[in-house]
Design a protein around this ligand. Structure first.
Ligand SMILES: [Zn+2]
Length: 444
């Protein structure tokens, strides 16, 4: 399909925010109804979607003529914003990688004080990038070892203004309980890993927001009379493959749905590690945006990770069991939120979410259901009624695709432009930014 994007009035300097814009001849993808509208017009003014007829075309700052498909902006719900000590350039480049791939919201899962400033700069449009939701520094076995310490750290992070608490491995049940109680009282989310000593049962009894990486489920899938029951699960249960029993999945899925706990599977990350062709992954086109030093580290680390899997069959079985868990969680009505843990090992910021969505479809979700994990499910999870939508009144966080994502989820990659809070990044502008990132990546 040949598409022409005509900017009729290029009176704005690059980077300036158009106050009003009209998408002409665009089809709207309704994620919840799994349908596509007839070609229509969509207006945007001051960062929000408005009725296109309320904008006089002669007065519009920009008119985008397209035959494409508009979807709500995507989210990466398990992102790692680089620490500020990595340097401003690397932080900004990573943010642009997410944005250029259609991510208008990221949930940073390892925050630090500098990320609070960054969150504000992104909100103010001072730095191009997605909206940032950020956790504080990690709660883990080393950072918090006593209930009193847990209480103090929870209070301090709430006071500092973080959006959520990041739970990492190594927490003791009495510590987890205090974090949960204190956070519930303050009304702050706590999400992330399931510590071995805490376990999925305790998490499902709590108000934990998300379980990330499907952590903790492998332990519950090993029957009590199996020799691996209660043994060291390793990273995400990789030591338990031989003991994992798929018959346990439906009940776990049902209980998760009942508990109202969401999951951020980061399945693409795990598949890259377990069964991916490392050389092919390293040769991907998108690797050109990854700094050479980081790429070299990835290659080394994934070799170590591979040693966690006893056999190829075991790794394959592990991947399949996890996919089945994702499908059954979804079918049971538990919320799945797209997350890929980028830029963890082999997970390229932005690119990785498209991989993640494709995996959800391979696992049994429809393209619309997969798309929901990065759009409407996220709005539901966050309790936001004006995101994940395209109607007048919605925040103008949208992605314009050349091809219909409901026909093929891979079409989420056919990005013609991204709009973040009304600021329009057309293909040319995105490509210029990506080219500069690739150049810098090659220089490291
Ligand atoms: Zn992480």
């Amino acid at each position: 399909m040949r598409t022409v994007i005509a900017a009729l009035m290029l009176t704005l300097a690059l980077g300036a925010q158009a106050e009003s814009l009209i998408f002409e001849n665009v089809r709207l993808v309704d994620v919840e109804k799994a349908s596509v509208s007839e070609p229509t017009r969509v207006g945007v003014r001051d960062g929000f979607v408005v009725d296109a007829d309320s904008i006089d075309p002669a007065e519009a700052d920009e008119i985008v003529e397209t035959a494409g498909y508009l979807i709500p902006g995507l989210a990466e719900m398990h992102a790692h914003v680089p620490p500020m000590r990595a340097g401003e350039q690397r932080v900004n480049d990573t943010l642009m990688l997410w944005l250029a791939h259609g991510m208008t919201t990221i949930r940073g899962m390892l925050g630090e004080p500098g990320h609070l400033t960054l969150r504000q700069q992104l909100a103010d449009g001072e730095i191009p990038g997605p909206r940032l939701i950020t956790s504080g520094p990690s709660f883990n076995g080393s950072s918090v070892s006593s209930p009193e310490g847990a209480r103090r750290m929870t209070l301090a992070q709430h006071e500092a203004g973080y959006d959520l608490l990041k739970l990492h491995p190594g927490l003791w049940p009495e510590v987890f309980d205090v974090i949960a109680q204190t956070a519930d009282r303050l009304g702050i989310d706590y999400s992330g890993h399931v510590s071995v000593a805490v376990g999925v049962d305790r998490v499902l009894e709590s108000d934990q927001g998300t379980i990330d990486h499907l952590d903790g489920y492998a332990q519950k899938m090993v029957p009590e009379d199996h020799e691996l029951h209660g043994t060291d699960p390793g990273l995400f249960g990789v030591n338990l493959i031989e003991g994992m029993n798929a018959e346990r999945i439906p009940e776990l899925a049902r209980r998760t749905a009942e508990a109202g706990v969401a999951n951020v599977p980061t399945q693409s990350l795990v598949e890259n590690w377990a069964t991916g062709d490392v050389e092919a992954l390293m040769q991907r086109d998108a690797m050109r945006w990854i700094p050479a030093d980081m790429a070299a580290r990835w290659r080394e680390r994934v070799k170590q990770l591979r040693q966690s899997y006893d056999s190829e069959e075991g790794a394959q079985r592990y991947v399949e069991l996890r996919r089945r868990l994702i499908r059954e969680l979804h079918e049971a009505g538990a919320l799945i939120l797209a997350g890929a843990d980028s830029p963890q090992i082999l997970s390229i910021p932005g690119d990785a979410i498209h991989h993640e969505l494709a995996i959800y479809v391979e696992a049994g979700l429809s393209p619309a259901e997969a798309l929901a994990t990065a759009t409407t499910n996220v709005a539901d999870y966050l309790g936001e009624t004006n995101r994940g939508c395209l109607e007048p009144g919605c925040v103008a966080d949208v992605v314009l695709l050349e091809n219909n994502p409901l026909e093929d989820i891979g079409n989420t990659r056919s990005i013609q432009g991204v709009m973040r809070a009304g600021e329009w990044f057309d293909r040319e502008r995105l490509d210029a930014a990506l080219e500069a990132i690739a150049e810098r990546a090659g220089e490291t």
